[in-house]
Ligand binder design. Structure first.
Ligand SMILES: Nc1ncnc2c1ncn2[C@@H]1O[C@H](COP(=O)(O)OP(=O)(O)OP(=O)(O)O)[C@@H](O)[C@H]1O
Ligand SMILES: Nc1nc2c(c(=O)[nH]1)N=C(CO)CN2
Length: 187
């Protein structure tokens, strides 16, 4: 899959809307994380004008970066196609996070659900959203699952994820083959 926009959609008013590749990183380390990830993917699949192309395997890892003592994360990546604007996708992701009672009281604290927007086509930072996600290129919990389902993926400004993987320690991740998240698109 290219990084798009690579196709055009025509809406009911006849407007042309570019279809962009969207990559999302989902993480959870509070509550029943496997069930939360499945429900989050279900909510994403119900989003109008966003079509899930693939969901990755799930990996477990300890907190990357600064933060209080907390449980290990489950992480996965969703690859989709969408005509939505990045800020509309962000609003939808924040609403899905809130549905699981996501709290931001403790900075970098444990979270029921975190959805990071890794990229929307070749779009770059605009307003309240940083694109591509500024830390995605150095995060094993993003690059490894993404590469599993999209080996030719690229991050604008950083290059092919297959090459970025050479610079990270993937051994920090434990594959959770006992957990399988499905994209139930209803078709
Ligand atoms: N690409 C992006 N994906 C998600 N949120 C973004 C993005 N760019 C900017 N934001 C803003 O940053 C906020 C995300 O803050 P949050 O507390 O979830 O960060 P985090 O996921 O804990 O840390 P990190 O940004 O290192 O992944 C969102 O509310 C949103 O307004
Ligand atoms: N292992 C792991 N570490 C993290 C994660 C995460 O999802 N998994 N998310 C972060 C902020 O988004 C910071 N650190």
């Amino acid at each position: 899959m290219s990084n798009g926009p690579f196709e055009i959609d025509v809406d009911t008013l006849g407007n042309l809307r570019p279809i962009s590749k969207v990559v999302l990183s989902l993480g959870s380390n509070l509550g029943d994380s496997a069930a939360i990830l499945q429900e989050a993917v279900d909510f994403l699949a119900e989003t109008p004008d966003l079509m899930i192309v693939d969901v990755s395997p799930v990996y477990e890892s300890s907190l990357v970066g600064e933060g209080p003592e907390q449980g290990d994360f489950l992480n996965m990546v969703v690859v989709a196609e969408s005509t939505l604007e990045p800020l509309t996708i962000l609003d939808r992701c924040l609403a899905i996070e809130e549905n699981f009672g996501r709290s931001r009281e403790v900075r970098n604290g444990p979270r029921t659900l975190d959805i990071d927007i890794i990229m929307v086509g070749k779009r770059i930072s605009e307003g309240d959203i940083e694109l591509p996600h500024p830390r995605a290129h150095e995060r094993a919990f993003v690059l490894v699952p993404w590469h599993d389902v999209d080996p030719n993926g690229e991050i604008a400004g950083h290059g092919p994820i297959a090459e970025l993987l050479d610079d990270i320690d993937a051994s920090v991740l434990t594959p959770r083959r006992d957990i399988s998240i499905q994209a139930n698109t209803g078709f």
